[in-house]
Design a protein around this ligand. Sequence first.
Ligand code: XMP
Length: 506
Amino acid sequence: MVAVFDFGGQYAHLIARRVRELGAKSELVSPDISKKDLKKLSPQVLILSGGPASAYDKNAPKLDKQIYTLGIPILGICYGHQLMAYQLDGKVSSHSRKQFGKEFLKIEKSPLFEGLKNPQIVWFSHGDQVEKLPDGFEIIGSTKSAKIAAMQNLKKNFYGIQFHAEVSHTPDGQKILSNFLFKIAKAKKDWNLKKVRENLVKSLQQSIGTQKVLMALSGGVDSTVAATLLKEAIGSNLHLVFIDSGLLRKYDIADLRNVVKTVGFKNLKIVNAQGIFLNSLKGVIDPEEKRKIIAKLYFSLLEEHAKKIGNIQFLGQGTIYPDRIESAQTSKHADKIKSHHNVTLPKGLKLKIVEPLSDFYKDEVRLLGKILKIPDQFLNRHPFPGPGLGIRILGEVTEERLNILREADEIFISELKSSGIYNKVGQSLAALLPIKSVGVMGDSRTYSYIIALRSVDTTDFMTADWSKIPHEILEKISSRIINEVRGVNRVLYDITQKPPATIEYE
Ligand code: XMP
């Protein structure tokens, strides 16, 4: 097992995910764990993640120093690299020249960099630096502004890298992790999703027994896969509900009916709640407030429905790992980014929560879906957030804005599908900006809304690059939106990476 110490950076979880992708079992552990408790987990490998703290701060999360004496190979990444240097008596300081984004790393001969070109493109995201090596270490990588960007202690099998090998912006990052895991630390390749599926179904059967579960379907990948697992585990004790909040796209309900028919779900009820949501969102512009209102209403409708069915003990949720990360539920050291719909449960909720996918990342969920024989057309669907178009309309949500956005979104998505691009990109969306700009149509001046289109390439949804959609296709989409959607006179294409931007606009 590979123990990934979670220092609260968003990327801690991504490391665990990457390790599993390479075929080794990984688990997140809290930095507060003692040497004794860690030994009980019998890890073969330790990885210290990045995190927002500074190693030299009094309150920064630290490692039990005894852990360095266990004789287990360690890789420190970003904060983990700095912490290892600091705790082994090197020196770390804040640097005047901050490094964020792409850097060129000049590498030295090291088992960590075996088979790699020199220099390497790597991704930095931290203000601190290792200034003095700890005893027994040597430099194996430097950049223009960070002399000790990578270090090793060959005797102890300790390695530290200042950059994030786990993000897709470091193109050879997986190779570096693989070198560390399998060549240096001799980790076992024994993580396999088929086994995981069997264990999941068994553990769902054990925890639910003969009780009833109510699960909200959305037609999206996560809730479909979660519900299919529950269906396998408890059969007709699974009850499904779909809440039509009115914040849906044009095709969502048709897609849902299609999934239900194909997967063979029974006991589905569609609750029409369009008016209630729109009323509650009147005048609300703050994105976090919108999220909270939507989530509260959503869960109260679910509870109401559960009462109607009677004797429901569990609420099934399609929550996946990144949802929990971004709501800072997985680590006390993380900064909260947003209140994710699935995890913002109302206080006093009477139902117990069952979340079969809460330890998995999106691409793992898709693989599980394949193993469960869910057709590709459903598994390849782009994610659609719980609060729906409510967070794709910036500012106040109104009927007029919803209608405009629905039309624009349908044109965008259907053009991506017909040009074969949809399945090649990670997620595409249209957002309505609540400002108007001047245009000219025919001979008249217009003063209308702006639609932003965003399409990203990503597999983990925690980092993303904007999709390089051919200009002629963008042109066709833009011209169709301007000509066919009343109330829009300008279309923008978003060319921001995540980070620093998120995928949704909110
Ligand atoms: P961001 O905007 O944080 O989004 O880069 C990352 C991924 O999460 C999706 N997302 C959500 N999914 N409930 C969900 O089920 C939510 O509240 C939610 N908010 C964002 C988003 O669409 C993207 O795929």
